[in-house]
Design a protein around this ligand. Sequence first.
Ligand code: BEZ
Length: 262
Amino acid sequence: MDSRTSLPHWNPSLYDESHSFVCKRGEGLIELLSPQPGERVLDLGCGTGHLTAHIAELGATPVGIDSDPGMIEAARRYYPHLTFEVADGAAFEVSAPYDAVFSNAALHWIQPPERAAECIYRALRPGGRLVAEFGGQGNVERIRCALIAALREGGGSWDSARDPWYFPSIGQYATLLEEHGLGVRYAALFPRPTPLDGGEEGMNNWLRMFGGAYLNAVGPDRHADVIAVAREHLRPHAFHDGTWYADYRRLRIVAERAGSLP
Ligand code: BEZ
């Protein structure tokens, strides 16, 4: 785990191979960002840098940051002409303000969210915008419940204080942003059941990649059992025609930095 933000370290190749939907879905968010030639854009939680590169193709000048050194190493390898830095999403500084902060599928991992909002505010010029999408209230609720049930059925327990994710409602997140000098211009919370790559293995892959905080409530020798039990709880709801679906609910936000903190 990352010592600063309790983020898991991911395998960049596995992430790209089995979770390419994360980037594909991010393309629509880039349309909402509508980066203009010459604009400076900070890609917060850039992962392996594919969306950062797309922003650059549209003529803007992006910088990608991510707390995972492995992801940044992969991003630099894929796109050596672009700038990527390792930085904690809840404690980063920028040397010059940006026209926009862009963030796809990352803000639910960055805690505490108040610190992330402070950093975003400081990273933006007055009038600059935040365009973000991440897991909102109810995101992966079935998956969470299945993991907790599997832990309990195996004689273990789950302490919600170990929950690694922040999935706010529109009201909670809009309030947080407003308290940190960011006026909300657009907000939507919507279901997006997401097909997982890998056929029958899709849910196993997802649980292994992202469910570490839950799996680590028991010893490594029990992980396979917890995954198998959780997967069978999910099967009636989440497996259709040979494909597993994750019950994603996305929170999409556009906000603008006011002149000064309230
Ligand atoms: C998400 O993108 O919503 C997500 C991804 C991994 C774990 C939890 C949520």
